[in-house]
Every structure is written in structure tokens, then in C-alpha cells.
Design a binder for this molecule. Structure first.
Ligand code: UFG
Length: 320
């Protein structure tokens, strides 16, 4: 099949592109950053409707994967316009171009942030949606738009609500690289490699086993395999829906740092700080729906594998 991967140059998108190419599909990446070498890339912002129309006119895509969004919760609070413009308005532009081009299948990168402060854990898809920041609201708005687009235009979609995407391709050629980096695991590993003096722990006064926040870390290649299954589901005529993607096991910040010390064999210095605004104490997925309906199985559920692959990437690319 032939797929358009919007945001295919980024962290999760680049792993998806590799997965699709290995499965023998044709892929075109649309991104404002260059895709990896050897991948067909169009320098395109999805807010640019004429450029999108031209792209859809020159390829017959079977479906679209949409990874292009801003993801920093704190920035979304200080600059919400940037998030509503890129994550909502530009996505609307993409959806309208898809309808015009008669491309009616989409896999959308959503987030556990649509749930807000959890009322219970593990969180299933029926959990109330009450995002607590503009980032989460922007993703929930798109999910709601997609429901309307299915009803009105027959655009079927799968929204994949990622918990904490982490890890790297085991071959060490792809990995996580945000600028600025705000995510826990890359920051820990940068402290392990000496690129940072220390990692900061945001809060030790949560009502968790050791007082630090608990998250459900899910390997980026397991996210990619779920996207491929989501396309199979849509191709088979599946109805629009959403799935949580996580391992169903939570690790505290302290546990992740301890595991990283063991995986890397390095000492990792820690700086204590207060809570980071907007951090819920515990986010753990109930992903049984994805297992039951998509037949999804994770390959790298162990935190040591997630950290080991990310560490290989960190060491292979010390120049980043
Ligand atoms: N943390 C630290 N120190 C750091 C960075 C993070 O202690 O330097 C802590 C955070 O407080 C949090 C945990 O580590 O408790 C994980 O933080 P991340 O920034 O790695 O990830 P988040 O859980 O904040 O966010 C992730 C995604 C978001 C998404 C959210 C919910 O990055 O895009 O999950 O789905 F919105």
C-alpha cells in the first residue's frame, strides 16, 4: 500500500516509516524537517492547503498517518495559540484536503493527556476526557473533529492514545531527539553519558510508593506495530475508534533512574526540585482494548529493553 506519513521525520514518525518500509509499503513523508536518507520526503507544512492539494494530486494514498504536532505541555500553557494553530487548525486543513482527494483512512497520534487528572488507574478508553492543558485539549478537539468527519464524510480514523513513548530502534540508528529535550528518559541518559551534569527529579511528595511520579513507558517500536495493526483494522472495514497504548505497568521517576544506573553502569547525579506544573501523580494504561481488537502484543515491555535501546542511541550519537 501507499501511505502519507505526516511528521514522519520526527521521533515516533521515523520509527513508523522504517516499520512500513520493512513491511514492503510505499511511503511519502510530509514534514518541515528532512526525513531520513533514502525516504521520499516532501517539505510541507500541513497548514499549507495548496501544497497539500498538490501532494494528494500527485500520489494515490491509501491512508494517512498523522504524527505532526507540538508536544510540550508547559509551552502549550504559555503559548496556547501555537498549539491550537498547529495541532488543531493545521490538522483540520489536512482533513479537508484528505476529503477532497477522497483519502478516507487516518491513524492519528493522540495522547493520555486527553484524560487529564486520572479518576482511576489503570485508565481505559471510557475514562472521562478532561484534559488539563491546551496540549491535551488540542488532541481531544481533533478526536472530536474526527468523529464528526466520519459521520459527515465517511473518513474513518483510529486515534492512538500514547502513554509515555520511549526507547529507540534496537539498531541504534533512530532514536529520541527533541529540542529542547524535556522527557525523562533522554534526560537521564544524557546525565549518564556526561552531556548533562545531572537529572532533575520534579517532586518527591506525590502519593506514590517513593513519592515520585509514576508513568507507563511504552517502546516506540511497539507504538509503530500498533499503528500498522490500526491500518489493517481500517482496511478491514473497522469503525472509527480510539485505543490506549501502554504496557499497563507503571514505574516511578526514582525507579527509572535506578534502572538506568543498572543498564548503563554509570552513576547518574540527581538534583531535587519541586513539582512540575500539570504532572498527574500516576498515569498507567489499560490497553486491553488494543490487545483484544487489534491483536496488539508488545515486543519490548521490559523497562531495561526500553532503556538499553535508548542508551545505545545516546552513545551512538554523542554529537547531537
Ligand atoms: N520528570 C522529571 N524530571 C525531568 C523530566 C521529567 O522528574 O527532567 C518527570 C515528570 O515530572 C514526569 C515523568 O518524569 O513525572 C515523565 O515526564 P516526561 O516529561 O518524560 O513525560 P510526561 O509524562 O510529562 O509526558 C508524556 C508526553 C506528553 C504527554 C503525556 C501524557 O511527553 O506529550 O505523556 O500522555 F502529554
Amino acid at each position: 500500500m501507499k501511505f502519507l506519513v505526516v511528521g514522519g521525520a520526527g521521533y515516533i514518525g521515523s520509527h513508523m516509516v522504517k516499520h512500513l518500509l520493512l513491511a514492503g509499503h510505499q511511503v511519502v513523508v510530509a514534514d518541515v524537517m528532512p526525513a531520513h536518507s533514502g525516504v521520499a520526503w516532501v517539505n510541507l507544512d500541513i497548514a499549507d492547503r495548496p501544497a497539500l492539494d498538490a501532494l494528494f494530486a500527485s500520489h494515490r494514498f491509501d491512508a494517512v498517518f498523522h504524527f505532526a504536532s507540538f508536544i510540550q505541555v508547559g509551552e502549550s500553557v504559555s503559548d496556547p495559540g501555537k498549539y491550537y494553530q498547529n495541532n488543531v487548525a493545521a490538522t483540520l486543513c489536512l482533513l479537508q484536503a484528505m476529503i477532497q482527494a477522497d483519502v478516507r483512512q487516518l491513524v492519528f497520534s493522540s495522547t493520555a493527556a486527553v484524560y487529564g487528572d486520572p479518576q482511576y488507574v489503570p485508565i481505559d478508553e471510557a475514562h472521562p476526557k478532561a484534559p488539563i492543558n491546551p496540549y491535551g485539549r488540542s488532541k481531544w478537539m481533533v478526536e472530536q473533529m474526527l468523529e464528526d468527519f466520519d459521520r459527515a464524510y465517511g473518513l474513518r480514523s483510529v486515534c492512538l492514545r500514547y502513554f509515555n513513548a520511549a526507547g529507540a530502534d534496537p539498531d541504534g540508528m533512530l532514536g529520541e531527539c527533541h529540542e529542547p529535550e524535556t522527557h525523562l528518559i533522554p534526560l537521564i541518559l544524557q546525565a549518564a553519558s556526561g552531556r548533562r551534569p545531572a537529572v532533575t527529579v520534579f517532586g518527591r511528595d506525590y502519593s506514590t510508593l517513593d513519592g515520585t511520579c509514576i508513568r507507563d513507558y511504552i517502546h516506540v517500536n511497539d507504538l509503530a506495530s500498533a499503528h500498522a495493526l490500526a491500518i489493517d483494522y481500517l482496511q478491514a472495514g473497522g469503525a472509527s475508534t480510539a485505543f490506549n497504548l501502554g504496557n499497563g505497568e507503571g514505574f516511578s521517576v526514582e525507579q527509572v533512574i535506578a534502572a538506568a544506573r543498572s543498564v548503563t553502569g554509570r552513576s547518574i547525579n540527581v538534583i531535587e526540585a519541586g513539582r512540575r506544573a500539570g504532572d498527574p501523580p500516576s498515569l498507567v494504561a489499560d490497553a486491553s482494548k488494543a490487545r483484544q481488537i487489534l491483536g496488539w502484543h508488545t515486543q519490548y515491555a521490559l523497562l531495561d529493553d526500553i532503556l538499553g535501546h535508548a542508551w545505545k542511541w545516546e552513545q551512538q550519537y554523542p554529537w547531537r
